[in-house]
Design a protein around this ligand. Structure first.
Ligand SMILES: C[S@@+](CC[C@H](N)C(=O)[O-])C[C@H]1O[C@@H](n2cnc3c(N)ncnc32)[C@H](O)[C@@H]1O
Length: 205
């Protein structure tokens, strides 16, 4: 196992880099992430919790009748997300919160959305268990994630560079999202892999 970062260290990394984070979006678009966001987030309905919303890159894709609560560890990321929501005329409730200890009662949300986060949470399985706890029994968890490629050469490179990559934003790019989802006690009902098997769209119950 490579270097792990604490929740405090992760918060610091995102607070420090929040103003530059939006610059990653054109790169994500090139990798097809925007399309995945649109497709998955467009399926959200009812009372929605977005976990680790970052700067709000998913906000344009929610259907208009969703009642959205968005949480993140980093107040700086939330500040940018708030500005984005305001610009888009979206009424979103923001809370600064640790995904691994969600301050919501059980069975509260119809849909839980989280994107590009399992790579960063210090305890991704703990965070998935929390998402499941706050989701209604007939609710859905919608994830866009990235992880270890199913191409051996790319996976080798990711393994070799894992520590160096994680130093930047605490992102462990060789985690296995599908394994984490199963470990978290969730059942994937629909999954799709794209871009050298790196990106995953996951709908879980
Ligand atoms: C790679 S960014 C992804 C942001 C956004 N979800 C997106 O798709 O662009 C990871 C986000 O997770 C947040 N984060 C990391 N650990 C967290 C935790 N334990 N609880 C809540 N948010 C966390 C970071 O502050 C950051 O905003």
């Amino acid at each position: 196992m490579g270097t792990e970062y604490t929740t405090t260290e992760i918060k610091q990394k995102y607070d420090d880099s929040a103003s530059r984070y939006a610059f990653t979006e054109p790169v994500q678009e090139l990798l097809g992430v925007k399309r995945l966001r649109r497709r998955l987030v467009g399926q959200a309905s009812g009372r929605v919790l977005e976990v680790a919303c970052g700067t709000g890159a998913n906000f344009p894709y929610y259907p208009p009748d969703c009642e959205i609560t968005a949480v993140d560890l980093s107040s700086e990321m939330i500040d940018i997300a708030k500005q984005r929501a305001e610009k888009q005329g979206l009424d979103i409730e923001f809370r600064r919160m640790d995904a691994e200890a969600l301050a919501f009662p059980d069975d509260r949300f119809d849909t839980v959305v989280s994107t590009l986060t399992l790579c960063t949470f210090p305890d991704p399985v703990g965070a998935l268990r929390e998402m499941q706890r706050v989701m209604k029994p007939d609710g859905r968890i919608l994830l866009v994630e990235h992880g270890r490629s199913d191409n051996r050469l790319v996976a080798w490179f990711q393994d070799v560079r894992a520590d160096a990559h994680a130093q930047q934003l605490g992102c462990h790019w060789n985690r296995e999202p599908l394994e984490l989802v199963t470990e978290g006690g969730l059942s994937p009902v629909a999954t799709r892999r794209t871009f050298l098997g790196i990106f995953h769209e996951i709908e879980a119950k």
